[in-house]
Design a binder for this molecule. Structure first.
Ligand SMILES: [Zn+2]
Length: 274
């Protein structure tokens, strides 16, 4: 308990400004909590931020299903820019983030607060419902904050740079791939061309994307035997790529894990695959 008391004193000393959310006027908090909406009814800027975080693979849709979130005049009351209640999973975001020019900050802040939500769930699961009112929570706060800060910053960077796209060729032949991200970070400047991925190998493309939604065409080049073509023969989305008509196939790729892995397109040459 001595260590906890010391941690509490340190926290109190470091928390001169701004006020923590639990010290804001109860009437303001009650009003903002009431305004916070569940995932399906997030206000448009919050919904767009949640979608961006899901698209980039920083969170899953399911992560948002037990959250309520909304805007609140936190800073006008000398409060923080955002807060997540430990007890009931309400995320309050300062109203300045409703401005479209704050979209990236809102996304990073929502990612930060979603980490707090995940932390609270994990801790309540381990220590019981009383965790949120415990000295343990008070003592944990600076470590929880550091983790949320780090994740929010990484997500902001990822939203700017996008993820890479990796082609995994499981076939015994090389494959030529043409791929477009539907949410590219940069506008494509080069003429459409194929990337060649050798047999049983992988390659990260130049394309970087904010979601795993892609359109692509691919064709294997076996020395003999069946040529495998990945396309959508009914697609109206066609490109001429190095003189060949490519009817693009749509697919939504996932990133394997964490924030560093690229979106991954796995191509297998099973018989009958098109
Ligand atoms: Zn925080």
């Amino acid at each position: 308990m001595t260590a906890l008391a010391a941690a509490l004193l340190a926290l109190a000393a470091g928390a001169a400004n701004p006020l923590t959310a639990d010290r804001l006027p109860p009437a303001l908090l009650a009003e903002c909590d009431a305004r916070a909406a569940p995932y399906e009814r997030f206000e448009p800027p919050v919904a767009a931020a949640a979608k961006a975080l899901i698209d980039i693979g920083a969170f899953r849709r399911e992560d948002f299903l037990d959250v309520a979130a909304g805007f609140c005049a936190l800073q006008a009351a000398d409060g923080p820019v955002a807060a997540t209640s430990c007890g009931d999973g309400v995320i309050l975001l300062d109203e300045k983030y409703a401005d479209p020019r704050e979209a990236l900050s809102l996304r990073a802040t929502l990612a930060h607060e979603m980490i707090h939500h995940r932390q609270h769930k994990e801790k309540k699961g381990r220590f019981g419902a009383g965790y949120c009112a415990s000295l343990r929570y008070a003592a944990d706060k600076s470590a929880l904050e550091a983790e949320a800060d780090a994740y929010g910053e990484k997500v902001a960077a990822l939203l700017v740079t996008g993820r890479g796209v990796e082609i995994v060729n499981s076939c015994d032949a090389s494959i030529s791939v043409y791929l477009e991200a539907e949410d590219p970070v940069a506008v494509r400047e080069r003429a459409a061309s194929f990337e060649r991925v050798e047999a049983k190998s992988r390659k990260i493309l130049d394309e970087r994307a904010r979601s795993g939604a892609v359109r692509f065409y691919a064709r294997s080049a076996p020395a003999a035997g069946t040529v495998h073509v990945w396309q959508d023969i009914e697609s109206a989305e066609t490109r001429f790529v190095e003189g060949r008509l490519a009817r693009l196939k749509r697919m939504r790729l996932t990133a394997p894990d964490g924030l560093h892995a690229p979106f991954r397109l796995r191509l297998e040459c099973r018989v009958g695959e098109r």
